[in-house]
Design a protein around this ligand. Structure first.
Ligand code: MLC
Ligand code: AMP
Length: 465
């Protein structure tokens, strides 16, 4: 069963720990979760895809859990979503209702509330492992975000492989404060805990003080979170009592790795993955944790490097190639985009990650960068330059726009928009935040007289800095 710790027989047999999930001031025991989520399942059973505005609340936890019990595919919608992105996600996914919270603009969809105190003990048959668990929207280099179709089988396989890599058990208390609309916070953090049966604490925001106060054994964070932790001495010292600190979603700077060792006594475990592949590589709880390297393939995962012509690249720890991965946790394709799916998923089942990497003789991987400058990672969020440019160009005061990710000590990359036009920077930042999502807003807009272009008229983004 996908959410194994919510097996009603196990819960009834007394494995009902007092606080299975703590989030937003609410505490849910395992029997609260089974009873309330099954009540949600009764209200959505048989529905098509359902949209969940994924705020960090008990409502979201129960909405997602209820859908998984009923076998209804969930479409998590970013909690800070803007108007254009929300419309795109709803239209593209074909979601039939909002479950749980409802945004100010429901776009004409009916609303199914989640009742925190309702209980049902109906038993649902476990849906097929091939069934879609969720559709997570993620950015490409151009165009609006694509819906990544993720099966129940992929989620189960990935969590089980991570449990082995990290010795993750029901004895753990997992803490994070990441969004519940992406793989890291939702699939690994929440669903991982509901599969394995450990306590799960969501801190609302991933602030160093909240992490320090949570008293966990296992902590998840994106590099921005760890960088903020090492700048807060009290928080860093408090984390020395944890068992394992895990970093992922973006490159962990080596100085942050070293500061974590120095201040917490823990060398962080680094792991690498994507919405399309889930997590594929990790350093191990009982293996080498090498700063700047993201580890070995998880159980069942194969990796290889290819050159520009697709020919194999040697695994010598130095030669750079395009990283391709294959394994049990890959996605089933993009919604409505067979063309885009075929571009990244080949006939032999290899997913072309878009990342460039090296692999050494022991099978250790180092991610060197991305193939395209147009896919930006900011604070661990994947953001397409193209989608921001499109929104900027939709503003009456913008004639030309080019968006880049510039190095940023806190966010890894910070979104900077270069525009030609008459609009004021603040107005454009707010425009993007309102149309896409708050976290996709440029942190800076520079109004310029002209964009650097080559003879063909193509913008030379490498010259924008
Ligand atoms: C500022 N704000 C604005 C604004 N300017 N809001 C609207 N319009 C404007 N113009 C406000 C926001 O409302 C918010 O307020 C505050 O500014 C901070 O915004 P932020 O951008 O969210 O905060 P920041 O501190 O920059 O966030 C850093 C962060 C965040 C690390 C907390 O980036 C984060 O949560 N990252 C995690 C991303 C993640 O989980 N990725 C995993 C992808 S899965 P307020 O009041 O709300 O604070 C994946 C696979 C894998 O990658 O391998 O894991
Ligand atoms: P997303 O689809 O949001 O999960 O983003 C996936 C991308 O995040 C990958 O293709 C990588 O570019 C990046 N990424 C994830 N984990 C790591 C990591 N540990 N180190 C470097 N990059 C990472």
């Amino acid at each position: 069963m996908l959410l194994a710790s919510l097996n009603p027989s196990a819960v009834a047999a007394g494995h009902d720990v007092g606080d299975a999930v703590r989030i937003d001031g609410a505490t849910l025991s395992r029997s609260d979760l089974v009873g309330a989520a099954t009540s949600v399942a009764e209200r959505v059973a048989g529905a098509g895809r359902v949209a969940v505005l994924a705020t960090p609340t008990a409502t979201t936890v129960l909405a997602v859990t209820g859908c998984l019990i009923a076998g209804v595919p969930v479409v998590p919608v970013p909690a800070d979503v803007g108007a254009a992105e929300r419309r795109h996600i709803l239209n593209d996914s074909g979601a039939v209702a909002w479950l749980g919270e409802v945004p100010a603009e429901p776009e004409g969809l009916p609303h199914v509330p989640v009742r925190l105190h309702a209980r049902s003990w109906h038993r649902y048959a476990e849906p097929s492992p091939d069934a879609t668990a969720m559709i997570i929207y993620t950015s490409g280099t151009t165009g609006p975000p694509k819906g990544v179709v993720i099966s129940r089988r992929a989620i189960a396989a990935d969590i089980d492989a991570l449990a082995t890599a990290w010795a993750w058990t029901p004895e753990d208390t997992l803490v994070h404060g990441l969004p519940l609309f992406h793989v890291h916070g939702l699939i690994l953090g929440l669903l991982g805990s509901l599969r394995i049966g450990n306590r799960f604490v969501h801190t609302g925001k991933p602030s160093p003080a909240a992490y320090a106060a949570a008293g966990g054994s296992l902590y998840f964070g994106v590099p921005t979170v760890w960088s903020r932790v090492v700048s807060d001495l009290d928080a860093a010292l408090a984390l020395s009592s944890a068992r394992l600190l895990v970093s992922g979603s973006a490159p962990l700077p080596v100085p942050v790795f070293d500061d974590l060792v120095r201040l917490t006594g823990h060398a962080p475990v680094e792991r690498y993955g994507s919405t399309e592949s889930l997590i594929t590589l990790s350093t191990l709880v009982d293996g080498e944790r090498r700063p700047g390297w993201v580890g070995l393939p998880l159980a069942g995962v194969q990796t290889r490097l290819a050159d520009d012509d697709g020919a194999p690249v040697s695994h010598d720890g130095a030669t750079i190639g395009r990283l391709e991965v294959r394994g049990p946790a890959l996605f089933d394709g993009y919604v409505n985009r067979p063309d885009a799916t075929a571009e990244v998923l080949d006939a032999d089942g290899w997913y072309h990650t878009g990342d460039v990497a090296v692999i050494d003789g022991d099978g250790m991987h180092r991610i060197v960068g991305r193939e395209s400058v147009d896919l930006i990672k900011s604070g661990g969020y994947r953001i397409g330059a193209g989608e921001i440019e499109t929104v900027l160009l939709g503003h009456a005061g913008v004639d030309e726009a080019a968006v880049v990710g510039l190095p940023d000590a806190d966010l890894g990359q910070r979104i900077v928009a270069f525009v030609v036009g008459s609009a004021a920077p603040k107005e454009l930042i707010d425009h993007v935040a309102q149309q896409l999502s708050t976290h996709k807003r440029p942190r800076e807009v520079r109004v310029v007289d002209a964009l650097p272009r080559n003879a063909m008229g193509k913008v030379l983004k490498k010259e924008l800095s």
